[in-house]
Ligand binder design. Structure first.
Ligand SMILES: Cc1ncc(COP(=O)(O)O)c(C=O)c1O
Length: 406
């Protein structure tokens, strides 16, 4: 991988470099930047063949459908899934909320829904609310001291009443990677649905839904070089065939009568209304870009940078690094606090150096409570980051300490 060359594909780095200071973007876990080819793919749609994917008969309508369905095929290949198992949504949050609505009829009072304490609120609240609506027990799996989730804990706590186990693949707050194969086999053993939040893994590492054997999986295009407002809900064909949609309207019906209506085949029955066609096309272009490099290469590169940052920060006085410290248990995310400083103040000083990091609770309050803190500073790495970015981060943090403790 030549990350210096890769950086040139992303116009934002030139646009945001300031007075000779390069733009060091370390917030890809919140949203990634977009290469010119992705921007161009959407620009081409908007400027030369914008049409609704439901309008069809004229030439640009046909082309729009081909591009939209072509993007679906790319997502399917990217996941090792079939095209009809891929539903376009507006993002991970929308996917998980929609899924929680659709699974409602499968949940009865006294059943159990399990999530972990490391979840993003998007994979926490929809299940908590589902439990409230149905009278199910909402169980939050406790974490180890370092914020990791032990499969042993899940094995010990899951039982015959457990109907849904919803966990993240990679913690967006610490980078901790969960053993999803093991969790899936536990879910299988107790007959629960295994829902995987892949918002922080799909963009960065090879994912094969057959090997993982998850029932459902969600991720967002905006975190993987694509535009905002597009995401994916994957579901096993056997489930999607049986499950009723949660959103109704145009484009998803077979027949509509005054007494009742019937639905189109999957995945169309889950895509009511006009979808984000340009977004799907952009996501398809992003996948092509990522596939040229290879996700295993991406992961190795990001782990290397995160490990450099983690080791250096761990050895700096006054810094506390959260999450596992082993490179192989983590993805390209490093979370830390600086003694005596609020996370926002550190981020603000880094921003003056043209370094963008995320500071706060990261929509992971149960995890922050586990650590007994209000928030962290999070640096998240992607394919366009370089060792120079790590050096700039470390220098920036030292400078922040110097300013505060002067
Ligand atoms: C693990 C995880 N799940 C879900 C989400 C929500 O994603 P979105 O805001 O794209 O819906 C995020 C976003 O940060 C995330 O990191």
């Amino acid at each position: 991988m030549n990350e210096t060359e890769i950086k040139k594909d992303f116009p934002i780095f030139k646009a945001q470099s300031r007075d000779g200071a390069p733009f060091t973007f370390l917030d890809s876990a919140a949203t990634s930047q977009m290469p010119q080819v992705v921007i161009d793919s959407m620009l081409e749609f908007y400027s030369t063949y914008k049409a609704n994917v439901h309008s069809g008969i004229y030439s640009i309508g046909v082309r729009a459908v081909e591009a939209y369905e072509g993007a679906r095929r790319k997502v399917a290949m990217f996941l090792g899934a079939h095209s009809n198992e891929v539903i376009f949504t507006s993002g991970t949050t929308a996917s998980l909320n929609m899924l929680a609505r659709m699974l409602e009829v499968r949940i009865s009072a006294g059943d159990e829904i399990m999530v972990s304490a490391m979840e993003h609120h998007s994979n926490f609240i929809p299940w908590q609310e589902l439990a409230k609506r149905t009278g199910a027990v909402f169980t939050v799996l406790p974490l180890e001291k370092d914020g990791t989730l032990s499969a042993g804990t899940i094995r010990a706590m899951a039982g015959p009443r457990t109907k849904i186990i919803a966990v993240t693949h990679v913690s967006h707050a610490t980078g901790s990677v969960n053993d999803v194969r093991e969790i899936s086999s536990i879910a299988r053993g107790v007959g629960a649905f295994f829902v995987l939040d892949a918002a922080q893994s799909a963009p960065h590492m090879p994912i094969d839904v057959q090997k993982i054997d998850c029932d459902f999986l969600a991720f967002s295009g905006q975190k993987m070089l694509g535009p905002t407002g597009i995401g994916i809900l994957y579901g096993k064909e056997k489930h999607l065939r049986e499950i009723a949609p949660a959103v109704f309207g145009g484009g998803m019906i077979r027949e509509v009568r005054t007494d009742s209506s019937t639905w189109a085949d999957m995945p169309q029955k889950f895509e009511a209304g006009t979808p984000h066609v340009a977004g799907a096309i952009g996501l398809g272009a992003a996948i092509s870009y990522i596939e040229v490099i290879g996700r295993a290469e991406l992961m190795a590169h990001e782990r290397n940078l995160a490990d450099m940052a983690r080791c250096a920060l761990t050895n700096m006085p006054g810094i506390h690094v959260y999450g596992p410290h082993n490179e192989h248990e983590t993805a390209g995310i490093v979370s830390f606090t600086v003694e005596g400083m609020h996370a926002h103040d550190v981020a603000e000083i880094l921003s003056r150096e043209n370094i963008a990091v995320r500071a706060g609770h990261h929509c992971a309050l149960p995890l922050m409570n586990h650590f007994g803190i209000s928030g962290t500073i999070r640096a998240s790495f992607y394919l366009y980051n370089t060792e120079k970015d790590v050096e700039r981060l470390l220098t920036g943090v030292k400078k922040a300490q110097g300013i505060f403790h002067a």
